[in-house]
Design a protein around this ligand. Structure first.
Ligand SMILES: [Ca+2]
Ligand SMILES: [Ca+2]
Ligand SMILES: [Ca+2]
Ligand SMILES: [Ca+2]
Length: 209
């Protein structure tokens, strides 16, 4: 009988301990059911959301717009209160005129990509050198047919013909420009010599020397 009383007492004591743990260890409710409170940030591109009380606990933040990495777009993407605090030369999507419209050239367009100006596209760029005799400003320096009085320029036809690699000698050219000039002088010299001898022969014939 005594043992049964001890077992019963122990059983009751365990139940009491268990109930005490349940009562004292339970977290108190931190909100009232279906209460709502704002959350997040409304700085820059961020938008505030709300938390709702479910089962006496606040939910995660709902419907908020969170910060995103800063990009060069004229907006405060990371919601730190500063707009485009990166090194932004330009704003993404912006365009600007580039190049020149002198001579044969036409302006192109440069697009802003990642805060920096991209290459100039869509225009007409200068020819690498002035082409003589076409009455055009090919290299877009504001001067038409400049430096075109030397022999190399006079024999230029403005086209790299067959056999011309990097030079323009006029027509299909079997020689380099340097050789072409040398042959030019040779032919002119020979012509002068022929003329001189012809003149001397004519004088001799005239005056019967
Ligand atoms: Ca920012
Ligand atoms: Ca930005
Ligand atoms: Ca020209
Ligand atoms: Ca020019």
């Amino acid at each position: 009988m005594k043992n049964k009383a001890i077992i019963l007492f122990g059983f009751i004591f365990i139940i009491f301990l268990n109930l005490s743990y349940t009562v004292f260890s339970a977290e108190p409710p931190i909100c009232n059911e279906k209460d709502i409170k704002p959350c997040g940030s409304d700085i820059g591109e961020c938008k505030m959301g709300y938390r709702i009380c479910i089962n006496n606990r606040w939910s995660d933040c709902i419907n908020e717009t969170k910060p995103s990495p800063e990009i060069c777009d004229g907006k405060d993407n990371d919601c730190d209160g500063e707009i485009d605090e990166l090194t932004c030369v330009c704003t993404n999507g912006e365009t600007r005129k580039c190049g020149t419209n002198l001579g044969i050239c036409e302006f192109g367009t440069s697009f802003c990509v990642n805060g920096n100006w991209g290459p100039c596209v869509g225009g007409i760029e200068p020819h690498p050198f002035e082409i003589c005799g076409n009455k055009l400003d090919d290299n877009c320096n504001g001067k038409v047919d400049e430096n075109c009085n030397d022999i190399a320029s006079l024999c230029s036809n403005g086209v790299w013909d067959e056999n011309e690699e990097g030079v323009d000698c006029g027509g299909v050219c079997p020689f380099s420009c340097e050789n072409y000039i040398m042959y030019y002088y040779l032919i002119v010299g020979m012509g002068l010599i022929v003329l001189l001898f012809g003149g001397l022969l004519a004088l001799q014939e005239t005056f019967k020397l």
